[in-house]
Design a protein around this ligand. Structure first.
Ligand SMILES: [Zn+2]
Length: 296
């Protein structure tokens, strides 16, 4: 009789344990808001509407890779020159695309786990600026967001290249524009050495890639047809802008990206058992912070 009771109690207890999927992450009140300036604050709350793309899932992943001896995490600027015999080298690449606030919330969480990642700011996004008349006018507040990601949370900042789009759709000379923007950003102590190219919706409409801007990619496309117009695209070298790398030109063993769909589902970290990747391998994981922020 006693053993039967004990068995039932144990059974109920184990049942309780198995239901408890993950520990809730407690946010101290101070972390519920991230202050960018006295007037700009970001609500850092947790949106749990999506069962996979939410901050609890993200933090479980960050906690795992940062606490395991199996991994060595470096920003993309150090990826090429980092090798390890006994660890898997991982770089976390984040193309900021349309939502800079989502990037700050991501940056906060990585910093919490001691992770340094790389964020590529999209120079044609609304948060960066907009076209007024014939010119693209920068939103100078962008600097405060970038400084928070770089200086408060310790990450790398790079440029998310939409330069062919800039020339084609905004009719702005792309080389001159890039020189000016880099001078502004670097002049404000944003340490930019890398770039990644953006897959703009216009790319599929007019059949081009923003990688065409870089001579290093070796693409021979000179002209793009836009309606009745044929436009000769500007090209240049990474070294002309003191870029040390383009993210897509780095050599890695595995590249994972939430841009891809697997069996109709957006790729996410739960689809891979990273522990099974052999030491010595190098991995780049591209995550768009906006997917974790409730906009998919
Ligand atoms: Zn992009």
């Amino acid at each position: 009789m006693f053993y039967r009771k004990l068995f039932i109690i144990l059974f109920v207890f184990l049942g309780f344990l198995s239901c408890k999927k993950q520990d809730p992450i407690i946010y101290p009140e101070i972390d519920r808001s991230i202050n960018i300036t006295d007037s700009i604050k970001i609500d850092n709350g947790v949106d749990m509407k999506n069962p996979i793309f939410n901050y609890v899932d993200l933090e479980n992943f960050l906690s795992h890779i940062s606490s395991s001896d199996h991994f060595l995490i470096v920003p993309l600027k150090d990826f090429k020159n980092t090798a390890s015999k006994d660890k898997v080298v991982i770089s976390l690449r984040h193309d900021v695309d349309d939502n800079i606030k989502a990037a700050v919330k991501f940056a906060y969480r990585e910093h919490k786990y001691g992770i340094t990642a790389s964020y590529y700011v999209l120079h044609t996004a609304k948060y960066y600026g907009q076209k007024v008349g014939a010119v693209f006018v920068r939103n100078d507040k962008i600097i405060y967001y970038l400084k928070t990601i770089q200086d408060v949370f310790g990450h790398e900042i790079g440029i998310h290249n939409d330069l062919v789009t800039l020339q084609l759709m905004y009719e702005i000379p792309s080389r001159e524009y890039l020189k000016e923007e880099l001078a502004y950003l670097r002049g404000n102590d944003i340490n930019i050495v890398g770039t990644t190219y953006h897959g703009s919706p216009y790319c599929s409409i007019y059949h081009y890639s923003n990688s065409y801007f870089w001579k290093e990619f070796g693409d021979t496309t000179q002209y793009i047809k836009k309606g009745f117009k044929t436009i000769k695209i500007e090209k240049d070298s990474l070294t002309s802008y003191n870029f040390l790398y383009e993210g897509a030109m780095l050599n890695q063993d595995y590249f994972f990206s939430d841009s891809y769909f697997v069996n109709g589902k957006r790729w996410n970290m739960n689809m891979v058992n990273f522990d099974t990747i052999k030491p010595g391998k190098k991995v780049i994981i591209l995550l768009h912070p906006q997917h974790w922020n409730g906009d998919y």
